[in-house]
Design a protein around this ligand. Structure first.
Ligand SMILES: Cc1ncc(COP(=O)(O)O)c(C=O)c1O
Length: 420
């Protein structure tokens, strides 16, 4: 812990991005895989956890654990303070206007389902339309399809061009009197495209339509200000931003959350219960039934402290350099095609190697200790748009290095040699 603390201080004091110092904060990065140093390039799926966050979890479990909100004893109060303190950190991190606009969920998927259940089921009906984009993760498609099945609502899809950029003219044309909701991703997990969500939200609002933004791939990598975006709902996950699994956030504007129905019933989400009538708790608690993932929530608070101590803008700049370096290096590889070439792109490199199935690419890279994801990345409509079943995907984060990009490129050359 002391070492981690001093490493961070050094980064701050030096004012320069010292990736080796940052790497030293992540114990898992010392692993050897198949006798080679681990090169972890699967950050879009789930990122690694720094020692400070691990230490915070251990401290909670060893000296602070009790159920929250209900106790008057020391441990319950300590746990409650830490858990609610983490909520305030999230509020500040995304610049939500009020703490009560920050709802703990199990992750992005859970957050989107909450909005579908609490808002969609209450306010959308037969013939109403929901706009989603061609770049969505399944978790921002399937819940809305479930609503369509139940209510007779319809999905309208914003198409994208060959670079993987949404066609904003087409988006504008999708609006009609029937449009009642927009659900779009901030950053595509499969292609890395950064969508102009601020502009897209303004378009929706000019038609009086609320917007949910799936920020799973944005919050870990760039400054997100929900008030500046003016989004109505914003969802993200802890485990993609160096935090624990099992925790995520739904931000929602208070006036919308207040008129929504609770997603689940149970303890903590009520003010009073009789067999005749139950009154619900105020927001955010109305949406947080049962014992929550307390440790994970507190861990998320520590994660935010960690990311802020480095600076999210500096992390973004580092990732951008990695993306440019990797994109240039890939241009030297014959027979390798990058899928997703948007001008405004996050550090995600999806690619196909001519004549080799992406799973074989991933398997051979793993022999070199290089971890990439292969498959459809829970974005099958994106794969269909590009006429491919799958890609291999390298996704970078704050601790990745140029040398790791070199290892990836060398691994791909080896794949090509084997399949030569
Ligand atoms: C863009 C996007 N949305 C949603 C999700 C789902 O996140 P979770 O599995 O944490 O709920 C992911 C996960 O990969 C994602 O990349």
């Amino acid at each position: 812990m002391t070492q981690t603390g001093s490493a961070l201080q050094a980064v701050r004091a030096a004012g320069e991005y010292d990736v080796e110092r940052i790497r030293a904060d992540f114990p898992i990065l010392d692993l050897q895989v198949n006798g080679k140093p681990l090169v972890f390039l699967d950050n879009a799926a789930s990122s690694q956890m720094p020692q400070v966050v691990i230490d915070r979890l251990v401290q909670y479990q060893t000296a602070e654990h009790a159920n929250i909100h209900r106790g008057v004893h020391y441990l319950s109060e300590t746990a409650t303070l830490a858990y609610e303190g983490a909520r305030r950190k999230v509020q500040r991190f995304i610049n939500a206007k009020e703490e009560r606009e920050v709802i703990y969920t199990r992750g992005t998927t859970d957050a989107i389902n909450l909005v579908m259940q609490g808002y969609g089921r209450a306010f959308l009906g037969e013939g109403d339309e929901i706009i989603v984009s061609q770049l969505e993760h399944h978790s921002n498609i399937v819940p809305w399809q479930m609503l369509c099945e139940e209510k007779g609502t319809k999905l309208r899809v914003i198409p994208c061009n060959d670079a993987g950029e949404l066609l904003l003219d087409e988006y504008a044309k999708l609006f009609s009197d029937r449009t009642k909701f927009v659900a779009i991703t901030h950053v595509s997990n499969a292609l890395g495209t950064i969508n102009p969500v601020r502009e897209m939200i303004a378009t929706a609002h000019s038609h009086g339509v609320p917007v949910l933004v799936d920020g799973a791939q944005a919050v870990p990598h760039m400054k997100v200000d929900v008030q500046d975006l003016d989004c109505d709902f914003y969802a993200f996950s802890g485990h993609k931003m160096c935090g624990p699994t099992g925790i995520g956030i739904l931000y929602g504007k208070a006036k919308l959350l207040e008129k929504m129905k609770p997603y689940q019933g149970g303890g903590d989400m009520i003010l009073s219960v009789t067999f005749e009538k139950t009154t619900y708790n105020v927001i955010p608690h109305k949406f947080e039934a049962g014992t929550p993932p307390i440790a994970a929530g507190i861990g998320l608070g520590a994660t935010i402290d960690y990311l802020e101590s480095i600076g999210i803008d500096r992390i973004a700049a580092h990732e951008h350099e990695l993306l440019e370096y990797a994109t240039d290096a890939f241009k030297t590889l014959k027979g390798v095609r990058i899928v997703g070439t948007a001008k405004n792109k996050a550090a995600v490199l999806s690619f196909v190697v001519q004549g080799v199935h992406p799973h074989d690419v991933g398997t051979i890279l793993n022999e070199d200790g290089v971890a990439v994801r292969t498959g459809h990345h829970c974005a099958q409509p994106v794969m269909q748009r590009f006429g491919i079943p799958a890609t291999a995907r390298a996704s970078f984060y704050l601790y990745n290095t140029m040398q790791e990009v070199d290892a990836l490129v060398a691994g791909i050359r080896r794949v090509q040699k084997i399949f030569g």
